[in-house]
Structures are given as structure tokens and as C-alpha cells.
Design a protein around this ligand. Structure first.
Ligand code: ATP
Length: 235
């Protein structure tokens, strides 16, 4: 479904991603792990055209999408729910959701996406007129995921979906990921909660200093010394 070869991301003099390869197959949950600054967010952002890919190749659904504009990724079915939630605080819940559907022409598809999001997150329906900025942290996270789902992605990239949330809400977010997979969505998730991520993931990649330091099944990574080392900052 997604094949990434030698991807590099450079911000001026800073090389955040130094030539990584990864593959995502339809139906999988992939965990992207690593310490702060390892290059995980830069990778996800580059995968949807939001960070500058300075080298490498991205093939999604059989199409070379390297260097494409973000809209192309959305229309092909790959969407990012960014780190830090980034909801528009002074817009209502429903306005935020509609922004996720901005590239969709088909009104019936927008309505179906809308119903699906409210089905997954009844609280968003209750609060649909409210300013997003007045929602709790967990609700804002749900809104960010809901907004990403409005474009009906086949591959959803989630950047730190549980960051800063209370344990009970974190559990709900992980539960949501497994529900989405059952609905046919493929997921790649950047998570600082490594043990929970490896519980739900099929496979994972561990990044350290812009490179893939380890990869394997979730079970292999759980026992991996490289994984421990990546978090201690060693390589
Ligand atoms: P975190 O969990 O802290 O977000 P990360 O693994 O997602 O870490 P990135 O955010 O991708 O890592 O950052 C990788 C490197 O790129 C870091 O050294 C960071 O300071 C740098 N970086 C990220 N974004 C930018 C930017 N817009 N401009 C310049 N440098 C950046």
C-alpha cells in the first residue's frame, strides 16, 4: 500500500530524516517509535507532503507521489492527524470537521463521513456547535482524528494521539485505533507509549537520529535491545 525508499527530510542545515525505507501493507497497524527528535514527526509530515522530502521516493497505492502537494495525498486516501492536535479553537466542532472534508466533491460521501465520525465520537455530535477550544484535551484529540477521518482515508497517520491525555482517555484512543482497523483503515501511529503501541501494532519501526535503528514484528520489537537503546539515546 505504501512503500518508502531512502526518504530524507532536511530543514536548512538540519537533516531530520537520513534515508529511511519502510513499507505499510493494507490492513496493518504500524508503530513508528523512537526518542524525541529521532525524526518520527518529520517522517509522517513528509509522507503527506507537509515537510520537505529532500530525497527518496514515496509510492502510495502504486503511484509515485514523491513531491506531491498535500491535497494529492488526501485525495488518494492518505491523511495525517498531526501532533499537538492542532484543532481550530475559534471554530466550532462541526466547522473543524468540515475542514477535513474540504477536498471532497461528493456530498453523499461527506454526509457518510460525518455520520461515521459522530458514530465513533458521540460527544462530538453533542458538542458540534461548541468552539473547539472549549473542549477537553481528550475531546480535542478525538476531533483531530475525526477531522482526519472526514476525508475517508484508507491509510491514516496518527502523530502522538495519546500525548498528554489521562490514562482512561489513552485507553479509548488505543481502542479507537483497533476499531478503525476493523473498519478497514490501515494505520501508522507515532507513539511515546511504547508498550501500548506494541500491544496493538502488527509491526513497528524504531527511529534513532533520523535512521531506522530496528524494525520487526511487535513481538520482536518488545524484546529488542535496540528499542531500549533508542530510548536511552544510544545507537
Ligand atoms: P518529537 O517526538 O520530539 O516530535 P520526532 O522523532 O518526531 O520527535 P522530529 O520532530 O521529526 O522528531 O524532529 C527531528 C529533528 O528535526 C529534530 O532535531 C528537530 O529539532 C528538527 N526539526 C523538526 N522540525 C523542524 C523544523 N520545522 N525546522 C527545523 N528543524 C526541525
Amino acid at each position: 500500500m505504501l512503500s518508502v525508499q531512502s526518504l530524507q527530510v532536511q530543514y536548512g542545515a538540519v537533516q531530520a530524516v537520513r534515508g529511511i525505507d519502510l513499507d505499510v501493507h493494507e490492513g496493518e497497524i504500524i508503530a513508528l517509535l523512537g526518542a524525541n527528535g529521532a525524526g518520527k514527526s518529520s517522517t509522517l509530515n513528509a509522507l503527506v507532503g507537509l515537510a520537505p522530502a529532500s530525497g527518496g521516493k514515496i509510492v502510495f497505492s502504486g503511484q509515485d507521489v514523491t513531491g506531491s502537494a498535500p491535497e494529492r495525498f488526501t485525495s488518494l486516501g492518505m491523511t495525517l492527524s498531526p501532533e499537538g492536535r492542532r484543532v481550530f479553537g475559534t471554530l466550532s466542532v462541526q466547522e473543524n470537521l468540515l475542514m477535513g472534508a474540504y477536498s471532497m466533491r461528493d456530498k453523499a460521501a461527506v454526509k457518510a463521513a460525518w455520520e461515521r465520525v459522530f458514530d465513533l465520537f458521540p460527544i462530538l455530535q453533542e458538542r458540534r456547535e461548541q468552539f473547539a477550544g472549549t473542549l477537553s484535551g481528550g475531546q480535542q484529540q478525538m476531533l483531530a482524528v475525526g477531522r482526519a477521518l472526514m476525508s475517508n482515508p484508507r491509510l491514516l497517520l496518527l502523530d502522538e494521539p495519546s500525548l498528554g491525555l489521562a490514562p482512561k482517555i489513552v485507553e479509548q484512543i488505543f481502542e479507537l485505533i483497533t476499531v478503525l482497523r476493523k473498519q478497514g483503515v490501515t494505520l501508522m501511529v507515532v507513539e511515546q507509549n511504547v508498550s501500548m503501541a506494541l500491544e496493538i501494532a502488527d509491526r513497528g519501526y524504531v527511529m534513532a537520529s533520523g535512521r531506522i535503528a530496528a524494525s520487526g514484528t511487535a513481538a520482536e520489537l518488545r524484546d529488542s535491545e535496540t528499542l531500549q537503546a533508542a530510548y536511552l539515546g544510544a545507537e
